[in-house]
Design a protein around this ligand. Structure first.
Ligand SMILES: [Cu+2]
Length: 166
């Protein structure tokens, strides 16, 4: 009786093993075909990546176009600030042609005597003075200090002018 039951157990266990192996084989087969379409879909996804490559090249072309547009705009803005405008004053008919001149700090003023009579441009406070200017002669002074600088002509004190430095 024991031998028979052992044989039956062995037979049953073999049957169970066969059933499990069949299930495993059946389980593996559906998965392998399901992985195959995944490989095909990855091959389909390759062409879109090839299409994105030309799009990147277009973006690279637009970048250098935008950069030079910004640079020339910034350059002329800096230039006028660096150079203060110089001024000229003519001396004619016993008068300074522009009695009041406004300049920026660091600018230069040039006086030119157009009269046949000699004149000077002399600071009231003594900060600057030309020599006696004959007809056609000029004198220049650069104003590096902010303020108001009244001046006159030494031979003719009634001739007056003012340089305003801002
Ligand atoms: Cu004078």
């Amino acid at each position: 009786m024991k031998k028979i039951s052992l044989a039956m157990l062995f037979t049953v266990s073999l049957f169970v093993l066969n059933a499990c192996t069949a299930q495993n084989t059946a389980a593996v087969q559906p998965t392998s075909p399901s992985t195959a379409p995944v490989v095909i879909s990855s091959e389909v996804a390759a062409p879109p990546s090839a299409q994105t490559t030309p799009t990147i090249k277009k973006a690279t072309i637009t970048k250098p176009v935008a950069a030079p547009v910004v640079t020339p705009v910034a350059t002329p803005v800096v230039a006028p600030i660096a150079a203060p405008k110089n001024a000229s004053v003519s001396i004619q008919n016993f008068a300074f042609s522009t009695p009041t001149v406004r300049i920026k700090k660091g600018a230069r003023v040039t006086w030119t005597n157009l009269d046949s009579t000699p004149h000077t441009a002399t600071s009231d406070a003594g900060s600057f003075s030309s020599a006696t200017l004959a007809q056609g002669a000029s004198y220049s002074f650069t104003f590096n200090t902010v303020g108001s600088f009244p001046y006159h002509c030494q031979p003719h004190p009634s001739m007056k002018g003012t340089i305003i430095v801002e």
